[in-house]
Ligand binder design. Sequence first.
Ligand code: TQI
Ligand code: ZN
Ligand code: ZN
Length: 169
Amino acid sequence: HYSFFPNKPRWPPGKTQLTYAFLPENQLSDVVRSVFSRAFERWSEVMPLTFTETTSYNGADIKIGFFRGDHGDGEPFDGVLKTLAHAFSPPSGWFHLDGDENWVIDGDFLNGSPLSAVDLESVAVHEIGHVLGLGHSSIEEAIMYPSISSGTRKVELTNDDIIGIQELY
Ligand code: TQI
Ligand code: ZN
Ligand code: ZN
């Protein structure tokens, strides 16, 4: 079953369009940016909020960046595996990914993937859930379940994720 953060924080009711931006220093390719765009779309399909990329990092509601080790928010990253990413509850908008992970995009994971492979879209869909105000789910199939096997892909929202976000928005 889905959960929320303490006090059930959410983005303000009047705000139907949220903007997101990437840390300019990361200089992400179109391929990487499209993974995030797809991940946002999965949520916007089932809730009354839309997500638009903007180039203004400081002005964006949701600020996405890849960082290594200690990056100044008291939650240092730890190299390969263990912590992969984190996002803070609304309306913080901070969404950080561990730059030391072996991020995979559209991998098939059938053969030859390193043991440390982490699917970027799977993690993005999960972290966007946190950015929007969802906590963890006890249902193993849910996107918001707090564990995923490395080298696997899990990007489809389940009913549990959908009912949770629709209770919030
Ligand atoms: N990062 C944790 C996570 O996002 C950070 C965290 C722990 C957290 N407790 C929290 C964030 C409570 C918000 C609220 O869950 S992680 C997974 C999964 C992580 C883990 O790097 O461990 C995914 C990031 F679910 F696969 F285990 C993304 Cl998808
Ligand atoms: Zn951080
Ligand atoms: Zn989580």
